[in-house]
Design a binder for this molecule. Structure first.
Ligand code: 13P
Ligand code: SF4
Length: 318
């Protein structure tokens, strides 16, 4: 995009959103030009909280479809727009509502806990919804004698099982192709190159399970390793006295990290960790979305009413 065009487009977007009283929420993985026009940038949990809190009648959600659906479920009286309806999520696609119904039948009485990266239809079948930042606390809040079905992310699931010591937890074998693509060898290489760097990992990463094992067995004694949601990472790197960080998640987060911490160095665990769905949202599409009030994300009332209960439980656990 030409610089002049990009600047002009940003100005137009800022003007339009004010005129039309639209709030723009953007996920940490959005491209820099989209983050720059947003009113709030954050992780799934903080954006859900913002969607519930803002007073604007229209929310323009710059993220993927399930996130916009979550905002529409929480705020049925608001109009929720997404700039591209095709912005999906491989993790959310890894379980269907029929898969879940069948799984629940096989475990009568079990409590189902689903990551926020799921469709509205799935959320309507869940007891609890969670995000990467509160998954451990959501599971801790469930009585110990209850079986748990955790879905759809197997890496987040095994992380939660490890952190809670929960033995009666069944984990769906789903994954996010971006995080699953960050391998332990990518990570080891970066850590070997940057001996003073701290290491922050998203719990969806395939490296999480082996890293947790290594951390537990003392292999990383001299190295700070933190397993965090994207917003947890933002807070951690800001408050840490370290100057270098290896970051294992989608690379879009590096823009905000560098912007907020100009003196520190951030290196991606894998340069290839790009989510093509998140990158479908461009400033041009944001502009068109504002101009033409498209594309509205609507969730049928009977599904939204059921899904809202699981989401409200998620929002009540920090
Ligand atoms: P966060 O909730 O940590 O932002 O993660 C969302 C997501 O889609 C990770 O890929
Ligand atoms: Fe889904 Fe993975 Fe993209 Fe996140 S990074 S939106 S989990 S595909």
């Amino acid at each position: 995009m030409l610089v002049q065009h990009a600047t002009q487009l940003k100005e137009e977007i800022l003007k339009l959103k004010k005129q039309k009283d639209v709030v723009i929420l953007a996920h940490n993985y959005q491209v820099p030009d989209v983050q720059d026009v947003a009113d709030f940038v954050g992780d799934s949990l903080s954006l859900s909280r913002q969607a519930a809190k803002v007073e604007n009648k229209t929310i323009l959600f710059c993220g993927v479809h399930f996130m916009a659906e979550t905002a529409a479920i929480i705020s049925p009286q608001k109009k929720v727009l997404i700039p591209d309806l095709e912005a999906g999520c491989s993790l959310s696609d890894s379980i269907t509502v029929n898969d879940l119904r069948k799984w629940k039948k096989e475990h009568p009485g079990a409590i189902s806990v689903g990551y926020v990266n799921t469709t509205a239809e799935i959320k309507a079948e869940l007891d609890y919804c969670c995000t990467s930042s509160n998954a451990v606390n959501v599971v801790k809040a469930i009585p110990e004698d209850k079986e748990i079905l955790f879905l759809p992310d197997m890496f987040l699931g095994s992380y939660v099982a490890k952190m809670t010591g929960r033995k009666n937890m069944y984990i769906w074998a789903g994954e996010c192709h971006v995080h699953a693509g960050i391998s332990p060898s990518d990570v080891h290489k970066k850590l070997d190159d940057l001996v003073n760097a701290e290491f922050v990992i998203h719990p969806e990463c395939s490296c999480t399970t082996s890293m947790l094992y290594d951390v537990a067995s003392g292999d990383y004694k001299n190295r700070q390793v933190q397993i965090l949601s994207t917003e947890g990472m933002m807070n951690y790197v800001k408050n840490s006295s370290a100057q270098q960080f290896v970051v294992a998640t989608e690379t879009g987060i590096l823009y905000r990290m560098r912007q907020q911490n100009p003196g520190k160095t951030f290196v991606p665990a894998s340069e290839k960790a790009e989510c093509q769905y998140m990158k479908m949202i461009t400033p041009e599409k944001v502009y068109n979305s504002l101009m033409e009030d498209k594309y509205e994300v609507k969730v049928p009332k009977e599904i939204a009413d059921k899904a809202r209960l699981a989401i409200e439980r998620m929002l009540s656990v920090s």
